[in-house]
Design a protein around this ligand. Structure first.
Ligand SMILES: NC(=O)c1ccc[n+]([C@@H]2O[C@H](COP(=O)([O-])OP(=O)(O)OC[C@H]3O[C@@H](n4cnc5c(N)ncnc54)[C@H](OP(=O)(O)O)[C@@H]3O)[C@@H](O)[C@H]2O)c1
Length: 332
């Protein structure tokens, strides 16, 4: 049977399809604009597994003494995870404080939380640290490589020693620790390795060449690992936060070795609340997302443009850019 449509009917049908497409696109844009994470992460937060699905897992968090790592510990404690809290040995008081708070708000007991001081740049100590965790808990389900250090300095003023230092903490620390944990995960045929990268790496953020380079590099290392390790049933998650409240600018490097910025963030700055960032971080873990972006706009919008329209993004930065990028990163 042949159905013949009059030109008016055809125009009507095309019109309907057009309106439908435009409506879907508009809805998508509104959804993106109202979100503080990428679309898949937002979907997982609404319809995916809850953080409680991680109950009973042994999760090792580096960089747990403040900021994002500290707040991840609180969400995981509430979910009933067994937690290893790691930061440099200089900050034992902070780790004790985080442990106390985990016990206050969490669903776990004293022996479910292990404090393990470790400087992630002391690579020769990684093997024995892994053994310590295994002796204590018998397994490691999730390793969260979150310890990190940022930077503010003009490109031409950065000394190579600063590049080395930031690569040690942001790249080689996670790489080395993961390398020591993997044999255990491979033997168990399960495991999950998470690393905190940054949207700075995606955006070519100015005034932090060592940090921007390191965060892009660490994502590359773990993309490579993801491809190799999937046959062992081991998941990799790369988390890219945007500007978030934490101590990161206090400890941030400059261009000179040994110098730090020493800047405290003010509450009036436009940044992601730490607790919300950590919540979405844990949602990404619970749902084993490959990559998750956590940020408010306009940084989130710029990340979409950089990812999907890279040349337009570069053109925009070149013509309108650096000042606005600096403002956005400084929470203004
Ligand atoms: N806040 C942001 O805007 C933002 C944006 C994108 C990505 N990130 C990333 O998020 C992660 C967490 O940072 P944050 O914002 O929460 O900053 P933060 O409050 O300064 O926390 C950094 C954590 O890393 C630890 N750490 C630093 N150097 C270490 C080392 N050598 N060995 C072991 N631990 C070390 C610090 O502990 P101790 O100093 O006590 O050792 C602290 O617990 C970092 O990887 C950072 O690059 C942050």
């Amino acid at each position: 049977m042949v159905i013949s449509l009059s030109p008016i009917m055809l125009m009507f049908l095309f019109g309907l399809v057009g309106i439908g497409t435009v409506s879907v696109l508009l809805l998508l844009l509104i959804t993106i604009w109202r979100s503080d994470g990428d679309i898949l992460l937002m979907y997982a937060a609404k319809f995916g597994k809850s953080i409680d699905s991680l109950a009973g897992k042994v999760v090792w968090i580096t960089g747990a003494s403040s900021g994002i790592g500290e707040n991840i510990a609180y969400w995981l404690a509430k979910a009933g995870c067994k937690i290893v809290l790691t930061a440099r040995p200089t900050d034992m008081d902070d780790l004790e404080r985080v442990k106390e708070r985990c016990l206050e708000i969490g669903n776990n007991s004293e022996e479910d939380i292990l404090i393990l001081p470790l400087d992630v740049t002391e690579f020769d100590k990684h093997r024995s640290a892994v053994q310590q965790v295994l002796q204590y808990f018998g397994k490691i389900d999730v390793l969260i490589n979150n310890a990190g250090k940022s930077q503010r300095a003009a490109w031409h003023e950065v000394e190579l020693d600063v590049d080395r230092e930031l690569f040690d903490v942001n790249v080689l620390g996670p790489v080395s620790l993961t390398q020591e944990v993997l044999p255990h995960m491979i033997q168990r045929k399960q495991g999950h390795v998470v690393v905190t990268s940054s949207l700075a790496g995606k955006l070519g953020s100015p005034n932090s060449r060592s940090y921007t380079g390191a965060k892009l590099a660490v994502a590359g290392y773990f993309e490579c690992l993801r491809t190799e390790i999937s046959k062992h049933n081991i998941d990799i998650t790369v988390i890219c936060p945007g500007p978030t409240f934490s101590n990161i600018l206090f400890e941030a490097a400059t261009g000179k070795p040994g110098e730090t910025m020493g800047r405290r963030m003010s509450r009036s700055e436009k940044r992601m609340p730490t607790d919300r960032c950590a919540y979405l971080y844990c949602v990404a873990i619970a749902n084993k997302l490959s990559e998750a972006w956590i940020s408010q706009h306009p940084i989130l919008t710029t990340a979409y443009i950089a990812q999907y329209l890279p040349d337009i993004s570069r053109w925009l930065w070149k013509n309108y850019g650096m000042k606005s990028m600096e403002k956005m990163r400084e929470g203004k």
